[in-house]
Design a protein around this ligand. Structure first.
Ligand code: IPD
Ligand code: CA
Ligand code: CA
Ligand code: CA
Length: 257
């Protein structure tokens, strides 16, 4: 592959994601075709599918040699991480999209030989575009984001997913008790944007690679820790309970187990 221009890559991804969001907003009040996947709380809509199809088509046209991991199945069967790999979550927070038409995101993470190089999360209804990578820092629209303060568990709000709290997986309830409070936004992407802005000190949820790929790139660029719930590195090809946090919060949650 010719040398990859990561600035160009970031510009391309931002452009695709913003254009995809415009199309989503055009159809915001249409009747949705909603189907269930693994169960009644796992939804997919016609908009998830058309958005992924659009993004996949853009990636294939511009980066034909790349591999694509897409949630709704329009990408490739990816078995290894060599070369350029795009992780696409066309609508993150589909339940929010269906029920509330807010707090959902479009996300793409780009990895080269397994290393995160660009992450983009667009909070569609707020028009907040988070993007960045190790070569250029992290931005909210055009404003650079500072590294969040390294606050402790008790000093901040802890983001999570409902199922983990209800089932007290890995002492999540103890972590909530020790924090300033729990927050559940129902979108991994939105939660990542809260942590990278320093509005939450951590986030824990069972996630697939397309849920965390974009956020991981930006979080690590800002000095946050992103691992599985046992403190081990994440695999980009399998589902894990993901723990992201400031260094101190992350270490404290691991010590609770
Ligand atoms: C879901 C959301 C949710 C998280 C789930 C994800 P989707 O993504 O990010 O917050 O708890 O694990 O699957 O299916 O709406 O893209
Ligand atoms: Ca889904
Ligand atoms: Ca998702
Ligand atoms: Ca999704």
């Amino acid at each position: 592959m010719a040398t990859l221009n990561t600035w160009r890559l970031a510009l391309d991804i931002k452009q695709w994601v913003v254009t995809a969001a415009e199309a989503v907003k055009l159809h915001l009040h249409d009747d949705l075709k909603v189907n269930t996947k693994s169960g009644r709380n796992d939804l997919v809509t016609n908009i998830d599918k058309t958005t992924e199809q659009y993004l996949v088509q853009k990636i294939r046209a511009q980066y034909p040699e790349a591999k694509i991991v897409g949630e709704e199945g329009f990408g490739d069967q990816v078995e290894d991480l060599t070369g350029l790999v795009f992780f696409v979550d066309p609508i993150d927070g589909t339940m929010n999209f269906v029920k509330a038409r807010e707090n959902f995101a479009i996300m793409i993470g780009a990895y080269l030989d397994g290393k995160g190089i660009v992450g983009v999360i667009l909070d569609v209804m707020k028009d907040e575009l988070f993007w960045g990578g190790p070569e250029f820092g992290v931005y909210k629209n055009n404003l650079p984001l500072p590294k969040p303060k390294n606050i402790t568990l008790s000093e901040g709000l802890l983001g999570m997913s409902g199922p983990l709290l209800v089932h007290d997986v890995k002492h999540v309830a103890a972590a909530v008790t020790a924090s300033s409070g729990a927050r559940i936004f129902g979108s991994a992407g939105i939660e990542f944007t809260k942590v990278i802005q320093g509005f939450e000190n951590g986030y824990v949820s069972k996630l697939m690679p397309w849920d965390f790929a974009a956020g991981k790139v930006m979080a690590e660029t800002l000095g946050l820790k992103v691992t599985d719930i046992d403190g081990e590195p994440l695999s980009m090809l399998s589902s894990k309970i993901v723990l992201i946090g400031t260094e101190r919060t992350h270490a404290q949650i691991l010590a609770l187990q």
